[in-house]
Design a protein around this ligand. Structure first.
Ligand code: NCD
Length: 309
């Protein structure tokens, strides 16, 4: 039996380096299969999604991942059109969804929401973003992108810039990187520094430097992971306006970076990477979005098939 069979994906902290490497190997396998053979992997299976927050890539990549391996998906992407509006609890909605599907994907504004859903659901639950806490499948996609584009993860110097306080992708990425030997520079405005309560453990495993100054690190980085300022999570608009546009990665910055440095972003981008960076060989955020489809296909294939694929 493969170790991911019928298992939830709630937190990246639950994975060892060996398990992450198994996911990457399965993703490579997906990439090497013909579209015809891929469609056999989850033939006739249904993915159910519940998105209590907006999403473009995550939901569509799960949709398209499931379709490419022969399954189908159904769900609610705009919760205002569901019975939640009538007062139905998350627990009941999850219970119902687990009747209609073989695997559940949940995005919800509350920390702990996916763990809670997994306790209720009879079917495996994948966390597609829980509050400011975690976004584990994004981290798997980010790590896979780094590995594909840089041919390794160990030994790299990685800058993470932007909203490190509210950006859940940052926390999942940091915990994923904790399995590797990397040098991480955390670059943010003072008010958006990484939350110390959520990084207490990771600080023991990772070589972390915190700074507000991106300039002093540019020439040294192999990877620059840019994040959006999470406007919707600020309790006060005034506070958001103070940090809006703090860092904008443009061609001027890129010139000062290593020739083979890569720029990543979980997307959506607002103004933190200027559009003229898109056509450079360093910009890998659209490839990153594409890899997300394949890492998700691999995860779904392993969760649904007892003996893998
Ligand atoms: C991220 C998220 O939802 O946390 N988006 C995504 O899934 N790619 C990042 C963000 O919204 O800034």
């Amino acid at each position: 039996m493969n170790e991911f069979y019928q298992k939830d994906i709630i937190s990246i902290k639950d994975y060892t380096k060996e398990q992450l490497e198994t996911i990457f190997t399965s993703t490579d396998k997906i990439l090497n299969l013909s579209p015809f053979d891929r469609r056999e992997i989850c033939k006739g299976k249904t993915l159910g999604y519940l998105f209590y927050e907006p999403s473009t890539r995550t939901r569509l990549s799960f949709d398209s991942a499931m379709a490419s391996i022969g399954g189908n998906s159904l769900g609610i992407s705009d919760i205002t059109s569901s019975s939640t509006q009538k007062g139905e609890s998350l627990a009941d909605t999850v219970r119902i969804m687990s009747i209609y599907s073989d695997i559940l994907v949940l995005r919800h504004p509350l920390d702990g929401s996916s763990r809670f859903a997994a306790e209720i659901s009879d079917k495996p639950v994948i966390n597609a973003g829980s509050g400011t806490e975690e976004h584990p499948t994004q981290a798997i996609q980010d790590l896979f992108t780094i590995k594909k584009e840089k041919k390794k993860i160990d030994g790299l110097k990685i800058g993470i810039v932007g909203d490190l306080k509210y950006g859940r992708t940052v926390y999942s990425l940091l915990h994923g990187l904790g399995n590797y030997d990397v040098d991480v520079r955390l670059i943010s405005p003072e008010s958006l520094r990484i939350r110390s309560d959520s990084t207490y453990e990771i600080k023991k495993r990772l070589d972390l430097t915190e700074t507000t100054d991106i300039e002093e690190h540019l020439d040294d980085l192999d990877v620059l992971y840019v994040t959006r300022i999470q406007k919707e999570r600020f309790p006060d608009e005034e506070e958001y306006l103070k940090v809006k546009g703090s860092y904008v990665v443009g061609l001027d910055m890129l010139k000062r970076m290593k020739d083979d440095a890569i720029i990543l972003h979980p997307l959506p981008r607002i103004d933190e990477i200027s559009a003229d960076v898109d056509k450079t060989k360093n910009a890998k955020y659209f490839e990153q979005a594409e890899y997300g489809k394949y890492t998700r296909s691999a995860l779904l294939g392993m969760i649904i098939n007892e003996n893998g694929f």
